[in-house]
Design a protein. Structure first.
Length: 177
């Protein structure tokens, strides 16, 4: 892993493709929730770029809150254990919760969050991820909205990091050795 920005990263999804797909998801979500209020829960830090672009394209009334979880540390392999590093500021009791994640990989994070918000008596819970790596799934999670299904490769950019780096790349890329 070099220290120079993006010299060893191959573009998988350019910015235009991401934005186009996010617009489609925004339209779909707006239609599905028409007239209903949404609490959009952005999972920090990875989902922040995606969540902001998505929120701008939702026409149903939206409030936004943030949560941070961890399962990876600095490595690239999930431990399967999910911890809350930062909790929501608002109660989701009786609310329509839309969880917005950067990527679903093993599925542990979204399964954990889905169970958590059910325990907190959310009125409805839907799951949205910018990327899906289905080959890596360890637990069964039903997704409501997926941006792109991608192969089993470690990706960075558009919020996703490798050891906290590359989040600010405007595209999704694959790190090459
Ligand atoms: P899961 O709990 O295994 O589904 O993992 C979800 C979290 O793992 C995501 O929110 C990411 O932070 C991280 N993650 C999984 N795959 C990748 C990847 O390819 N690049 C960067 N982060 C990843
Ligand atoms: Mg991460």
């Amino acid at each position: 892993m070099g220290d120079t920005m993006s010299d060893n990263i191959k573009v998988l999804l350019p910015e235009e493709e991401l934005v186009k797909r996010i617009s489609e998801l925004g339209a779909q979500i707006s239609e599905d929730y028409a007239g209903e209020e949404i609490v959009l829960v952005c999972i920090l830090k990875g989902a922040c770029f995606f969540a902001c672009e998505l929120a701008k394209r939702i026409t149903a009334p939206v409030t936004i809150d943030f949560m941070a979880t961890s399962s990876y540390g600095a490595g690239t392999v999930s431990t399967g254990e999910v911890m809350i590093k930062k909790d929501l500021d608002v109660s989701v009791d009786g609310k329509n919760v839309l969880i917005v994640e950067d990527i679903i990989d093993s599925g542990h994070t979204l399964q954990f969050l889905s169970n958590l918000f059910a325990d907190r008596h959310a009125k409805s819970i839907k799951l949205c991820a910018m990327l899906d790596k289905p080959e890596r799934r360890e637990v069964d999670v039903t997704m409501d909205y997926i941006g792109f299904t991608i192969p089993d490769a470690f990706v960075v950019g558009y919020g996703l990091d490798y050891d906290q780096k590359y989040r600010n790349l405007p595209y999704i890329g694959v790190v090459e050795p």
